[in-house]
Design a protein around this ligand. Structure first.
Ligand SMILES: C[S@@+](CC[C@H](N)C(=O)[O-])C[C@H]1O[C@@H](n2cnc3c(N)ncnc32)[C@H](O)[C@@H]1O
Length: 529
């Protein structure tokens, strides 16, 4: 009881002293200019010291990141699975030893853990594990290294893509605002020639990342892989989708890139799977879900919807790339996902149809790649669908008299073509071509398959922007062209023809303003539908 009382008295005395000091302080602050100046000076000094400390810490981290990335870039990473395993365990052990010893070893520990990450097949899983097990300060350093690497890779992307032999560059453009009252500028990219071209010249040829036939043509006389019309067909009796191919080469590519993962009941590798005569199926994969695959197939066929198939193929292709990377120990500098990251897209609002597609895809792929369910989030699926639908081109390989065979799904056709397409393809470079009502290039499929050729239709000088027409132009007036583009593509056409024909020019209707600096974070600058 006595102790408690004494404690209260002490607290009371201290409290009274503090309040008295606060009064004194406030009084001085209000009435004594020298005191006020002194306080301001002290505050400025403290703020300066804080900023200096922050700056020092930042530059220490920057120096560490630079040193660590340089050191890692000189490292000869193992390629075989056994050597990778050994290397991984060795790096993790060294890292742990260092961070267990004391704080002075944190930086070196982070470098070892980062090196371990570079050979681990699923780095994201490992990062989550690190977060739970290594000291927070070490984790922060590893995370900084990873972020710096991603940033560097993004900055270097446009140095190696597109390859020089395509004779084009993809450069940022500031797009004048879409509406006259909107002063905001949007940053997009366009394709520019690096050589001169004459009408009729092929500027580049491109193979799609993925493509798909209109579902009503599957299993008829069109190759499911390259979309060509073929008289001699090759089938794959192990594929529940029932595709036909124009050649063994196309069948093998389709099997390796996606059908093996999606609809094939065969568990064998491509070299053996197709040597099995039709009717003599290879043993099916124990994890393969016939039922889920069949449900996805009937969804695609009954609704005539090719985009769920294109997305399934796209995701399967990503899985294929990852497995190739692990098996061969060689990593493509930029994977499929890196290529689509910067593309614009239309935001798609989820409908019950999309929710069903996502569920089926998740179920199907989870039986092949455990843990992929989380990757196929609703947001990511819709983003992928938006990017594919907004940027894909219709591929026309059929004779016009066969057009009646095609039942296009109106909800999936954005381009205003008069004749239906045989299918659609999603291309890395062509996706960046902007529209003009007076285009200088056109997209063709001269080989009658999925290979896209961009052909010059007027003289082009190095440095000119290459533009195609998204809509039939003919002799339509500016308002009609702009309305179609606004309705289907959600942008106000600012091509030179529309700008010159616009009788009420606005300040945003000037010629485009080319800029050199890199565009950051475009993946989020989607055009709202
Ligand atoms: C199919 S994407 C082309 C890819 C785009 N250049 C990019 O950076 O991802 C179509 C987008 O390009 C822009 N665009 C294309 N042609 C245009 C034009 N004539 N006038 C204004 N914007 C255009 C619009 O923002 C439209 O949303």
């Amino acid at each position: 009881m006595e102790i408690k009382r004494a404690a209260w008295i002490t607290l009371g005395v201290v409290g009274v002293a503090a309040i008295a000091y606060a009064f004194h302080f406030d009084h001085k602050r209000r009435n004594d200019p020298t005191f006020r100046r002194q306080i301001k000076k002290n505050n400025r000094k403290a703020e300066k010291e804080r900023k200096e400390r922050e700056k020092r810490a930042k530059s220490e981290i920057a120096a560490f990141v630079k040193r660590a990335l340089e050191e890692t870039s000189k490292e000869k990473f193992p390629t075989s699975i056994e050597d990778k395993e050994k290397y991984f365990l060795d790096q993790v052990a060294k890292g742990q030893e260092l961070f267990d010893a004391d704080k002075s070893g944190y930086e070196e520990a982070a470098i070892h853990l980062y090196k371990a990450l570079k050979v681990y097949p699923s780095p994201l899983e490992l990062i989550v594990f690190y977060q739970k097990t290594v000291p927070e300060a070490v984790f922060e350093l590893v995370y900084k290294l990873m972020s710096a690497e991603v940033k560097k890779k993004q900055e270097e992307y446009w140095e190696s893509f597109p390859p020089q032999e395509m004779k084009i560059k993809i450069l940022p453009i500031t797009e004048p605002s879409k509406t006259k009252n909107n002063k905001e500028k949007h940053l997009i990219r366009g394709v520019f020639a690096t050589n001169d071209f004459n009408p009729g010249d092929v500027i580049f040829i491109e193979t799609p990342i993925v493509c798909a036939l209109e579902p009503s043509l599957e299993g008829t006389t069109f190759c499911s892989y390259c979309l060509t019309e073929c008289s001699n067909t090759v089938s794959d009796s192990n594929d529940l989708f029932g595709p036909i191919y124009c050649s063994v080469a196309c069948r093998t590519k389709a099997f390796d890139e996606y059908s093996n993962i999606l609809f094939s009941t065969s568990n064998a590798s491509s070299s053996t799977a197709h040597d099995i005569a039709p009717g003599h199926n290879a043993p099916s994969s124990p994890s393969f879900s016939h039922e889920t695959a069949s449900r996805l197939i009937s969804l695609i066929k009954s609704s005539n919807a090719k985009y769920p198939l294109m997305i399934a193929r796209f995701l399967a292709r990503m899985i294929y790339e990852e497995t190739e990377k692990v098996a061969k120990g060689v990593e493509e500098e930029y994977g499929t996902f890196d290529h689509i990251e910067r593309l614009r897209y239309l935001e798609i609002k989820p409908t019950p149809a999309e929710k069903g597609e996502i569920e089926l895809l998740r179920e199907l792929l989870a039986s092949k790649v455990p843990g992929i369910q989380e990757f196929i989030s609703e947001e990511r699926y819709l983003m992928l669908k938006g990017k594919l639908m907004y940027n894909a081109y219709g591929i026309r390989t059929h004779k016009s008299e066969d057009s009646h065979l095609i039942k296009e799904n109106a909800g999936e056709t954005m381009r205003g073509d008069i004749t239906p397409a045989t299918g659609a393809g999603f291309y890395r470079v062509a996706s960046y071509l902007t529209h003009s009502c007076e285009p200088n290039t056109e997209i063709t499929f001269p080989k009658g398959n999925h290979k896209l050729s961009l052909v010059a239709i007027s003289p082009i000088k190095a440095g000119d922007q290459l533009r195609v027409s998204y809509i039939p132009v003919g002799d339509r007036d500016m308002n009609s062209r702009r309305s179609e583009l606004e309705a289907k593509w959600k942008f106000r056409c600012m091509c030179p023809k529309c700008v010159s024909e616009d009788s009420v020019p606005s300040e945003t209707d000037d010629e485009r303003n080319w800029i050199d600096e890199d565009v950051e974070g475009e993946s989020s600058n989607e055009v709202a539908a």
